[in-house]
Design a protein around this ligand. Structure first.
Ligand SMILES: C[S@@+](CC[C@H](N)C(=O)[O-])C[C@H]1O[C@@H](n2cnc3c(N)ncnc32)[C@H](O)[C@@H]1O
Length: 187
């Protein structure tokens, strides 16, 4: 999977339009404290993290694609090569974790939920932006990624809520707009 995103890195979200829309959804749903330590998990080239830098001084992207992480660094965003299934951070060290358009790419999602819970402080939040495979755009994206053999697993809002609830989180789902929905899970 890193190979696909390594190839995509120079072209991914060139205009930043997609990231701006995602950031608007995220900031409408949760408030950031300037002292928050935030991990953008599967944060790619840092287009989302870059836009959040003025809200929180401590934001780091973790992503398995070396080329995507190189783009973070070009943008002045701290980026670390790593995966959601094995996060190289201490227990209870993080205030917020973002997963924007990345959770469906994670191969071992249950392991990732466990890792996210481990690194979050008590009361910490994970914010996910995902596509609903039961709506038109989510269904076509899911089909396209299946054709490309990307191994993606998309969930409806209710199913994603169930996965995080089973992982020990309290969950809140924001209404879907154009297939995209937001889930906030609190430790
Ligand atoms: C569609 S991109 C989204 C990037 C970024 N969140 C954004 O919105 O601009 C999905 C990202 O998930 C990353 N990814 C894939 N598998 C992952 C994993 N196991 N753990 C963390 N990130 C992963 C990819 O490398 C890619 O950068």
């Amino acid at each position: 999977m890193a190979t696909y995103f390594d190839l995509m890195a120079p072209f991914y979200d060139r205009t930043g339009r997609r990231a701006r829309k995602a950031v608007q959804k995220v900031t409408n749903a949760v408030s950031f404290d300037p002292a928050d330590v935030v991990v953008d998990l599967g944060g790619g080239g840092g287009s989302v993290a870059h836009l959040l830098k003025n809200l929180t001084a401590h934001i780091v992207v973790i992503d398995p694609s070396r080329k995507m992480v190189a783009h973070c660094r070009k943008r002045g965003v701290l980026g670390i090569v790593g995966s959601a299934e094995d996060i190289q951070l201490s227990d209870e060290s993080i205030d917020k974790v973002l997963l924007v358009d990345s959770f469906h790419h994670i191969q071992d999602q249950v392991r990732a939920v466990h890792e996210v819970r481990r690194i979050l402080k008590p009361g910490g939040q994970v914010v996910l932006v995902e596509y609903n495979p039961n709506m038109w755009r989510g269904a076509s994206l899911s089909f396209m990624e299946w054709l490309l053999g990307m191994g993606s697993t998309f969930h409806t809002p209710r199913a994603l809520g169930t996965i995080f609830a089973a992982g020990g989180f309290k969950t809140r789902i924001e209404p879907s707009q154009h297939s995209q929905y937001l889930l906030v899970a609190t430790k």
